[in-house]
Design a protein around this ligand. Structure first.
Ligand code: ADP
Length: 471
C-alpha cells in the first residue's frame, strides 16, 4: 500500500473535490487533502477509513439504479456531524498496472445541501406518475424521472442537457422561449406544451416549474413536473363546443318561438275575423256572402296548414337524422325534380346539370335542399321569361361548392343575408306564394353537412345560390 501507486498524484493533491482511491483488493490507498479537509479524517484514521471503504464496496453503485456509477453514502465526520455525499466511481489503472477504483465525493456546496434529501427525492420522483425533470442553473437538464423516460421511450442520455427539447412540438418551442424572462427572475411558472410520446403522437402536457433555492439562498436550477392533460383538454373542448351549440340552439329557439307565434297568428286572425262575420250574417239571416267569407276561412286554414307543414320540415332537419352515406348528387337532383315536376311542366323550365360529384350526406335532407332551391328558382320568375336553371359544382380545398343559377327576378344586395332567416320574405302572398321557411331549411341542412350557404344576385339579373359541403 503506497502512495507511489497513484498516477497523477500531484494533480489529485491539489484537486478541490474529495478523492479516494481503492486498490483492486478494496483497500484504501489514497485520500486527497480536500477529503481530509471535508471530513477531518486521513489515512492515519484506519478505523473510520475502513468503515468508509466498506460503504464503497462493489454493489453499492449498482444498487442506486439511477446512475450506475453513482451512490449516496453517509458517514460521520471527525466532529461527529453526519455527512451525506454523492460518490462517483470510475476505474483507474495504478502505476503497477493493477486496476483500482477512483472515487470523487462531491464537495460542491449546492450538491452538499441537496444531498441531504437527494436519494429520497430520486426515490419519490421515480415512484411518481408525474413527468419530472431537473435543470441546473444553466438550464441544462440533468435528471428525468422514470415516468418521463417511459413516456418518451428515451434514455437519460438521450434527454440530458437540451436534448429533451427535440421532443417538443415545433409550434410550442415558442411557449418555452416566452417563459425565459420569468425563468430569469427565478420565479415559479406553469406552462402547456405538446410532447412527443414514445408512440410518436404529440400529447398535451401541463407543467409547473419551481426554482430550487439552496439553503444559502443561491439558485441551483429548476424542478419541473408535468401531467398529460390530453384527455382533460379534449373533454374541455367538447364541453365548450356543446355549450356553444346549446347557446346557439337556445337563441334559435327563442327567435323561432317569437316569429312562429307571430306568423301563425296572421292566418288565425283571418280565420277568426271571417268566422265572426259569418256568425253575424247568420244571426241577421243574411246568407248571401257566406260562401265568399268561407273561402277566406278555408284560405286561412290552408295557409296555416302550409306553415305548420314547413315548420315540421324545419324541425325534422335536426330531429330526424340518419347516418351520412355516400350519395351521388345527380341522383339527388333527379328525385328533387320529380317533386317539382308540376312547376317545371307549367313553366316549361330548362334545367341543366351533369357530372355532379358524390358527397357524404343525408339523402333525404339533400333532396329537400335541392327541392327548396329549385322550387324558388322556378317560382321567383316573371311570367314572361322561361326559367333557365343551371346546377354545377366546383372544388375548393376540402369542400365541394354547388351553384344553382337562375334567370329569375334577382334579389337586392341588402337582403342577401336576411332571406336565410325563418319567415323572411320579400314579397306578398299575392305576388309569390310561400312561407319564408324554405331557405331556413336549406341553411340548417347545409350546416349539418359542415358547409355554408350564400347568394349572389342583383335585381333583374337572376340569382346564384351557392352552398358548400365537406368532401
Ligand atoms: P319562400 O320561398 O317560402 O318565400 P324562402 O325561405 O325559400 O321562402 O325564401 C325567402 C325569400 O328569399 C323569398 O321570399 C324570396 O324573396 C327570396 N328568394 C329565394 N329564392 C329566390 C330566387 N331564386 N330568386 C329570387 N328571390 C329568391
Amino acid at each position: 500500500m503506497s502512495a507511489d501507486l497513484i498516477p497523477n498524484k500531484a494533480f489529485f493533491d491539489t484537486y478541490n473535490e474529495a478523492v479516494l482511491i481503492l486498490s483492486d483488493k478494496q483497500q484504501l490507498i489514497y485520500i486527497n487533502p480536500a477529503f481530509t479537509y471535508l471530513t477531518g479524517f486521513g489515512l492515519q484514521h484506519p478505523f473510520e477509513m475502513e468503515a468508509l471503504a466498506e460503504l464503497l464496496k462493489p454493489g453499492a453503485f449498482e444498487a442506486d439504479g439511477l446512475f450506475k456509477n453513482r451512490a449516496f453514502i453517509s458517514f460521520s465526520k471527525k466532529d461527529g456531524a453526519l455527512l451525506k455525499a454523492k460518490v462517483s466511481e470510475s476505474d483507474i489503472t495504478l502505476a503497477d498496472q493493477s486496476k483500482g477504483k477512483f472515487y470523487t465525493i462531491n464537495l460542491l456546496p449546492g450538491l452538499d445541501v441537496l444531498a441531504k434529501g437527494e436519494k429520497k427525492f430520486y426515490e419519490l420522483a421515480d415512484a411518481s406518475p408525474a413527468l419530472i425533470f431537473l435543470q441546473d442553473e444553466n438550464e441544462q437538464a440533468f435528471y428525468f424521472n422514470k415516468a418521463w423516460l417511459t413516456y418518451t421511450g428515451k434514455t437519460l442520455q438521450q434527454q440530458q442537457n437540451l436534448l429533451w427539447k427535440s421532443l417538443i412540438h415545433p409550434d410550442d418551442v415558442r411557449v418555452l422561449e416566452e417563459l425565459a424572462p420569468t425563468a430569469a427572475k427565478r420565479k415559479s411558472y406553469s406552462f402547456e406544451f405538446r410532447l412527443k410520446k414514445f408512440d410518436g403522437a404529440y400529447r398535451n402536457i401541463f407543467a409547473i416549474s419551481t426554482p430550487v433555492i439552496l439553503e444559502d439562498g443561491s439558485f441551483a436550477g429548476y424542478m419541473s413536473s408535468g401531467l398529460d392533460i390530453t384527455e382533460v383538454k379534449e373533454a374541455q373542448n367538447q364541453i365548450s363546443q356543446l355549450n356553444h351549440a346549446l347557446k346557439q340552439s337556445t337563441e334559435e329557439l327563442d327567435q323561432f318561438t317569437y316569429v312562429t307565434s307571430h306568423d301563425l297568428q296572421e292566418p288565425l286572425r283571418m280565420i277568426t275575423g271571417y268566422i265572426q262575420l259569418i256568425q253575424k250574417n247568420i244571426e241577421r239571416g243574411n246568407l248571401a256572402s257566406i260562401n265568399e267569407f268561407m273561402a277566406f276561412v278555408i284560405d286561412g286554414a290552408s295557409r296555416m296548414q302550409m306553415l305548420i307543414g314547413d315548420l315540421l320540415q324545419l324541425s325534422r332537419v335536426t330531429r330526424k337524422t340518419v347516418p351520412f352515406a355516400p350519395v351521388n348528387i345527380n341522383d339527388i337532383i333527379h328525385v328533387a325534380l320529380t317533386h317539382v315536376s308540376k312547376a317545371v311542366t307549367a313553366s316549361k323550365a330548362e334545367i341543366a346539370y351533369e357530372n355532379l360529384p358524390t358527397v357524404n350526406g343525408d339523402t333525404y335532407q339533400l333532396v329537400s335542399l335541392f327541392e327548396n332551391l329549385l322550387d324558388n328558382a322556378l317560382k321567383f320568375n316573371t311570367l314572361q321569361t322561361v326559367p333557365k336553371i343551371v346546377i354545377s359544382a366546383s372544388e375548393k380545398d376540402d369542400k365541394y361548392i354547388f351553384q344553382i343559377k337562375d334567370n329569375g327576378i334577382g334579389i337586392d344586395n341588402k337582403f342577401h343575408k336576411r332571406i336565410f332567416a325563418i319567415f323572411q320574405r320579400l314579397h306578398t302572398q299575392a305576388e309569390f306564394e310561400g312561407t319564408g321557411i324554405g331557405l331556413a331549411v336549406c341553411k340548417k341542412i347545409v350546416e349539418r353537412h359542415g358547409g355554408e350557404i350564400w347568394v349572389e344576385s342583383e335585381p333583374g339579373k337572376g340569382s346564384s345560390f351557392y352552398f358548400s359541403i365537406k368532401k
